[in-house]
Write a protein that binds this ligand. Structure first.
Ligand code: SER
Length: 313
């Protein structure tokens, strides 16, 4: 089999930063082209391109020049940011996807990864142990774009035999990169503020339970679904994915085990309404059954690992 050549679009974001490192370890640095709208340090460790995914011509040129066969499309506006600029949120999240899917339709690339989100669910979705197939009436711009994107992925798969694979990420927490513009971002900020200031003011209320995942599990799932045999990937919209669930109060308790004097206060803002429209926990049994998904981390293991790494700095 020919060597895979991988393009990661939106490589300097929260997921891209860690995904590029892992992909370069697995496939070799030279075979993973990082790309983002602005130059980043990722150029020091392997190929890098400044790329605007909205520009189909530029995207096609980069893909052809590097002989790319797999694309991971991570460039997007997240839930809180897309509420502020709905038109840009919709355009970036949809046009970027079409530009990549069309390359696969034309057989210029042979595999696509595109992330969906728990934001595809809405206030009428069953909130606990949310099933794969259920009511989905997203109430955010981001959620609407992800749900539409899921429909298009499935459509391109059925109509044009495009090998597109997708996961509905829960909130993601990692120590290497900062999130930008999401509703679950508090769960990363809280660690940095705990270490820096010993206190944190949370923009969600204390009992707002949301589905979450530690970044190493998210990376394992992402590379896992992309490496799975095509016939095992039965769902071509997007798979439910689950780690564990917690509220701001739960994570504050866990942090206190490391920093006993840590205090948290609550000052919910517009992101509360977004969080209230999302599930509290996710049923990922289809992902487990089809391609063997299993998380390694729970809240305690994640918290221990976050402190171990953040305190090194
Ligand atoms: N973490 C994302 C957000 O909060 C959900 O996909 O927007």
């Amino acid at each position: 089999m020919a060597q895979d050549k991988i393009l990661v679009i939106g490589s300097s974001g929260q997921i891209g930063t860690e995904l590029v490192q892992s992909l370069r370890t697995v496939y070799g640095a030279d075979n993973v082209i990082a790309s983002d709208i602005k130059p980043t340090d990722q150029a020091k460790e392997g190929p890098f391109e400044v790329l605007d995914v909205m520009n189909a011509h530029q995207l096609g040129e980069v893909v052809t020049r590097h002989n790319v066969n797999q694309v991971y499309l991570l460039a997007a506006l997240l839930s809180a940011t897309a509420e502020k600029t709905p038109k840009l949120g919709w355009e970036l999240n949809m046009q970027g996807l079409f530009n990549v899917l069309n390359l696969a339709k034309e057989k210029i690339i042979d595999r696509v990864y595109w992330p969906s989100s728990i934001a595809v669910f809405g206030p009428n979705t069953p909130r606990e142990n949310t099933p794969q197939f259920t009511i989905m009436e997203p109430s955010t711009v981001y959620g609407i774009s992800k749900q539409a994107g899921e429909r298009w992925c499935e459509y391109y798969h059925k109509k044009y035999n495009v090998d597109v694979r997708s996961l509905r990420y829960p909130g993601l927490i990692g120590w290497q990169s900062a999130p930008g513009g999401g509703t679950t971002d508090y769960a990363v900020h809280i660690f940095h503020e705990a270490i820096k200031a010993g206190k944190y003011e949370c923009f969600l209320s204390e009992n707002t339970t949301l589905p979450m995942m530690y970044m190493p599990d998210a990376i394992k799932a992402t590379i896992g679904i992309m490496q799975a045999d095509a016939d095992k990937v039965k769902i071509r919209s997007s798979y439910n994915l689950a780690g564990f669930s917690f509220s701001p109060k739960d994570i504050a308790e866990e942090i206190k085990k490391h920093i006993p004097s840590f205090t948290i206060s609550y000052n919910p803002d517009s992101r509360q309404q977004i969080a209230d429209s999302w599930p509290q926990s996710i049923n990922a049994s289809e992902a487990s059954k089809d391609w063997g998904w299993k998380p390694d981390y729970d809240l305690k293991r994640m918290t221990d690992d976050m402190f171990k790494n953040l305190k090194k700095d």
